[in-house]
Ligand binder design. Structure first.
Ligand SMILES: Nc1ncnc2c1ncn2[C@@H]1O[C@H](COP(=O)(O)OP(=O)(O)OP(=O)(O)O)[C@@H](O)[C@H]1O
Ligand SMILES: [Mg+2]
Length: 348
């Protein structure tokens, strides 16, 4: 788990990162990356390479097979290390803290970020590591069907896609919608501000009506931007003295989605049911929906968005399935990979 990554993180040097990057790159084409490929990629003598690979296997950052040939895959932990390394290098974070949560499809870590200007204090931030590919074989199969023979599929792909998708939508709705400020994204990981207060599910509110209105206002603003959260509930809403913040966005859809109305109703209904059960507040779903939709002057989804949404509905709103974008994202990610070649000494 992340703890182990933190422990070994300090022991990983630039050459190890080069090997991890080599395996990551190789996994685009091989299920198991042959040692010869790594030899070519790293330009390390075979004996030195093998020695380092043994250590990476021992630290559970990579996994090795000998059948039908000697090959390697990166583990989520190795992938975490690569993302952390990028964040540290570009100063998105300066130190790593404790694990603060494990979601169904993510691991959440606290970290420290230095202020952008010399004045100001370091602030705590959150790193969300996506874990999509690991949990859903059905999803993996769907991604694979979609990619066809063009690329070898790996779970890395599903997790990275979900993180890109979540980060993109967060930067799109921030700051109009009240969410933790998105700060950076690399591979399957996102750096964002810490949400204020505590989860709605774990809080006993004194002024519940006010908070309910505030949440519905956020849903309305979101909808007016052409977005529906699609996983809204008391588990994805933070409440504090300042108001509310919505988190956990990778499964968002647009109103062009064939089931958009149903999904919006489900979101709103989750919230209304919570406030009804816990605080006895009664609101009419239809009326609330009408009010939310009355702010939707800006909506006009493109065809592309609509077809992506169709791809998503198939998986009934599991996150990380914005498949069309993912493929074109490939190039973008390659650019990122190149930018990150700060293992300067290693390169010719
Ligand atoms: N920005 C944040 N600030 C504070 N806590 C956060 C933040 N983001 C996530 N968390 C914590 O981590 C948990 C999981 O995050 P999130 O809901 O984004 O991931 P998830 O994998 O979709 O989780 P789940 O499947 O449980 O909904 C949240 O319930 C919350 O407790
Ligand atoms: Mg969640």
């Amino acid at each position: 788990m992340i703890d182990e990554v933190l422990k070994v993180f300090k022991k990983i040097d630039a050459k190890d990162f080069r090997i991890l990057t080599g395996i990551e790159t190789g996994m685009k084409h091989f299920e198991w990356v042959p040692i010869e490929e790594l030899n070519k990629y790293t330009k390390m003598p075979l004996d030195k390479l093998e020695y380092r690979l043994r250590k990476l296997v021992r630290d559970k950052l990579v996994v090795r097979t000998t059948q039908p040939y000697e090959g390697y895959q990166i583990y989520f932990e190795g992938y975490d290390a690569l993302a952390l390394n990028s964040f540290v290098k570009r100063r998105s974070i300066s130190a790593i803290g404790d694990e603060v949560g494990v979601g169904k499809e993510s691991v959440i870590l606290e970290a420290i970020r230095q202020p952008e200007l010399a004045i100001g204090k370091p602030s705590p931030v959150i790193i969300k590591f996506h874990r999509e590919g690991r949990t859903s074989f059905k999803q993996i199969k769907r991604v694979r069907d979609h990619i066809g023979e063009r690329e070898h599929f790996s779970w890395i792909y599903a997790a990275r896609l979900a993180a890109q998708r979540e980060y993109e939508i967060m930067t799109k709705v921030y700051p109009q919608v009240s969410i933790p400020k998105p700060l950076d994204q690399n591979r399957h990981a996102i750096v964002m501000e810490i949400a204020k207060g505590s989860l709605l599910s774990k809080t006993k509110l004194l002024n519940a009506e006010w908070y309910l209105d505030e949440i519905l206002r956020q849903v309305k603003i979101t909808y007016s931007l052409g977005i529906i959260h699609a996983d809204l509930s008391e588990y994805n809403i933070f409440v504090s003295e300042d108001g509310v913040q919505l988190i956990d966005w990778p499964q968002y859809i647009t109103p062009a989605h064939p089931h958009a109305d149903e999904i919006l109703e489900r979101d709103v209904s989750n919230v209304l049911v919570h406030f009804n059960r816990k605080y006895g507040i009664k609101r009419e779903l239809e009326e609330v929906i009408r009010e939310i939709k009355s702010g939707a002057s800006l909506i006009g989804a493109t065809k592309e968005e609509a077809s992506r949404d169709e791809a998503i509905i198939e998986g009934t709103l599991k996150r990380g399935e914005g498949l069309n974008e993912g493929i074109s994202e490939e190039n973008k990610d390659k650019e990122n990979d190149n930018k990150e070649e700060a293992f300067g000494e290693e390169r010719n």
